[in-house]
Design a protein. Sequence first.
Length: 211
Amino acid sequence: MQHLSYKDLFKNNEIWIKEKTEKDSNYFKKLAKGQEPRYLMIGCSDSRVPISSMFNADPGEIFIHRNIANQVGITDMNLLSVLQYSVEVLKVERIFVVGHYRCGGVAAAVDCENDGLIENWVSPIKDLYVQNMHKFDFINDKQNSLDKLSEINTIEQVKNIFKTSIMHKALDVKQYPHVHALIFDIYTGKIEELPLPIEEWKTSGLIPEYY
């Protein structure tokens, strides 16, 4: 893979500006007027997961929050601020948690090769691994097991969204976005939606019957 140099970044910016303004001379004037994205996407910071590009979305179409291993920490003020702004101000229609295969954060949680802040950040994924150990019994390949854990982690982060006071409030007034779990298959580039245990969550009282 050829790496961009520092100067290439600025050259590419000029090329991008030219391409946009050749198609629409008022492109940036329109962009400056404000944003009305319909979707919030919570994804991983991994540089191989280009959220806007892989949906072929233009600037202004997707509101994005990223962190290592697409975590939804219910005490993470950064995440909660993004979520509140998306739900209460932007009034997004849907929220997507976007996990991906070959996730370094997921691997770090299982291998326990890190310490300090990284280990603390991914420790909830380690807990998920232990809790779901039985699901990996018939998977002989380690990478396949880690990819399965990425799926489990993504669904768990959707569950965490429903635990926030922000979603509680939105559900109470019946003005809420629908929440989805997506996985990015880094081997093929395909995005797939993961099934959520909605009925189970309704039975447990996590979400109301009318969701």
